[in-house]
Design a binder for this molecule. Structure first.
Ligand code: HEC
Length: 407
């Protein structure tokens, strides 16, 4: 009976592909939404633009998505949902669909059934757009990485407030991720070469640099709610820390001049700050696959309430999981960020759809998990070493850089 009904509804019953998922109707929209930001002609990895090459990669796509390594790990929206989560985190239904499609021999189907591709997102025009002084040609090290910092002068003579920001990525083919730091006027910075070559900064910030924003492919513009903004003191400089990646042989010929667009106001009703919650005193033993450290903070009523609007989870290469939650006096828990896996190259600042309030009596925990074994494919040294807190990429960190406000 059911079969008859289906046959009666489907206009092209001869085409068995119309029953199961097809490339054009079902797979393409998932790839556009979750993969195209890296897998395109001018992206970081193999292009998915051509249907025949996607077809040829079907089993590899199945394997990577089933293993949870593609798209790279991101916060799980079932813990706390955030803006754009559907593009960063693949649902079980979508994973199943990609898998069924591969099992069915990766049928293309009818191009006429393809929904339109999503439009790119931007919050332009900006109040200021800041870029490195000149296009930069990366000098990759033997592991194919180059970390380079550029000083961006906001040029504000009095305090102002950033109400939104957006990474302006010039060359997505080599830009792996970006961290933006805010550096007060009294902190010395290395001389930013006048030719635009910036300075080497193989690590995660320096003393006196305050975390401001982070971006990886798929990262969205960040707009605070009406009336909210982050203070930017007079003559603050921003340091644009670029991580370039040698995505193909010959990538050193590529140049990049990325920057940030800022939305600024002279005053705001509510000042948002970036609070670094995490652990700095730890040691991860060499060889240990399941190491973890926890920040455990009983929130004091004297500190007042803080409302969290966004989070940038941060660890280095050995990270394997991340968990940020608030436990209330009645034992109820609010999950803020949960990641069962980690990819150093896919760090995102996420904007929570529902702000989370922390009050006196709550307990705030940030738990970082690391895999310091020799079998971790991201292990930077051979053999593994004991690892402690530090700014270098071979050191580790454990932070939830938390955007929040007090009231
Ligand atoms: C943030 C960037 C990024 C996103 C998003 C992303 N990938 Fe990848 N992908 C990469 C990079 C970089 C590589 C190459 C390094 C590697 O193999 O891990 C890669 C490699 C792959 C490969 C192996 C390609 C080959 O030529 O053998 C497959 C298959 C793949 N990704 C599938 C996907 C799928 C499917 C999605 C979306 C559901 C996705 N990726 C989303 C960055 C990304």
């Amino acid at each position: 009976m059911l079969v008859l009904l289906l046959a009666a509804c489907a206009p092209d019953t001869q085409d068995s592909a119309s029953v199961g998922p097809t490339y054009y109707r079902d797979v393409r929209p998932i790839l556009d939404n979750s993969c195209a930001r890296c897998h395109t002609e001018r992206g970081l990895s193999t292009s998915f633009d051509d249907p025949a090459s996607v077809q040829a990669l079907a089993t590899s796509i199945q394997a990577r998505t089933q293993a949870g390594t593609m798209p790279p790990p991101a916060p799980d929206p079932s813990c706390a949902d955030y803006e754009g989560s559907d593009a960063l985190f693949l649902s079980n239904e979508d994973k199943q669909l990609l898998s069924d499609w591969a099992d069915a021999g990766a049928p293309l189907g009818d191009p006429a059934t393809a929904p339109p591709a999503p439009a790119p997102l931007t919050t332009a025009p900006f109040d200021v757009e800041l870029y490195g002084a000149a296009p930069y040609h990366p000098a990759f090290d033997e592991t194919g990485n180059d970390y380079r910092c550029f000083v961006l002068d906001v040029g504000n003579e009095s305090t102002s407030y950033v109400t939104g920001f957006e990474a302006l990525v010039d060359n997505p083919r080599i830009v792996h991720h970006i961290v933006l730091w805010s550096v007060g006027p009294s902190v010395d910075l290395p001389e930013d070469s006048a030719d635009g070559a910036g300075f080497a900064c193989d690590g995660f910030g320096e003393g006196g640099w305050d975390f401001f924003a982070g971006w990886a492919p798929g990262g969205r513009p960040f707009l605070f709610d009406e009336g909210q903004g982050m203070q930017m003191r007079a003559r603050t400089r921003l340091v644009l820390q670029m991580h370039y990646y040698e995505s193909y042989d010959g990538a050193e010929e590529e140049a990049d001049q990325s920057g940030y667009g800022l939305h600024l106001q002279d005053t705001v009703e509510t000042e948002v700050f970036a609070l670094p919650l995490g652990v700095e005193d730890f040691e991860i033993p060499a060889g240990q696959a399941n190491a973890d450290e926890e920040m455990f903070v009983p929130w004091s009523a004297d500190w007042g309430a803080v409302t969290i609007v966004g989070v940038f989870p941060h660890m280095h290469l050995l990270g394997s999981g991340f968990d940020f939650r608030v436990t209330h006096p009645d034992g109820e828990e609010t999950c803020v960020v949960e990641m069962n896996d980690w990819d150093f190259h896919n760090q995102q600042a996420v904007r929570l759809l529902e702000p989370v309030r922390i009050e006196g009596g709550d307990v705030v925990t940030v738990n970082c998990q690391w895999d310091n074994s020799a079998t971790n494919p991201n292990q930077p040294v051979d053999p593994p070493q004991d690892v402690v807190f530090g700014e270098g990429t071979a050191d580790e960190m454990c932070y939830a850089f938390t955007y929040g406000y007090s009231d």
